[in-house]
Design a protein around this ligand. Structure first.
Ligand code: MN
Length: 134
């Protein structure tokens, strides 16, 4: 990937939502790329809007992930841990390589801001589907 974070102030206007690629979550969700990046240490940022019950597959991030809840009710679980409920204003840090999933509660939509760092051409490593959830 050759993209890198812009070398000067850049405003990306609202809009441009796209549906997530198949296979990374229980159902596709809408997202907007806020910042692309691609080089080691670059930032990638998205806003995601999930319908009730939509959750990601298990995955990890090579340099970690900050997830900031914008609205609704979300869920997040680290492998071997409890399912945590997330609400607007909550900020979650997933450490580099920490296996986890996140998504929307079955009872409500969930919107969040996600910030990840690139490493070796990727900012996420997808794993298997989540078999059990609350
Ligand atoms: Mn994640």
């Amino acid at each position: 990937m050759n993209r890198s974070n812009p070398a000067s102030m850049t405003i990306r206007r609202a809009g441009g939502a796209a549906l997530s690629p198949a296979g990374i979550s229980s159902t596709p969700f809408w997202f907007e790329n806020l910042l692309d990046g691609g080089g080691d240490g670059d930032l990638a940022a998205i806003r995601a809007d999930l319908a009730p019950g939509t959750i990601t597959k298990w995955h990890s991030h090579p340099r970690g992930q900050l997830l900031y809840a914008l609205s609704g009710v979300g869920l997040a679980q680290v492998c071997g841990g409890e399912v945590n409920e997330l609400r607007a204003g909550d900020a979650v840090w997933f450490a580099p390589g920490e296996k986890h999933w996140h998504g929307a509660s079955p009872h409500g939509t969930f919107a969040y801001l996600s910030v990840q760092l690139w490493q070796d051409g990727r900012n996420v490593d997808w794993l298997e589907q989540v078999e059990q959830r609350r």
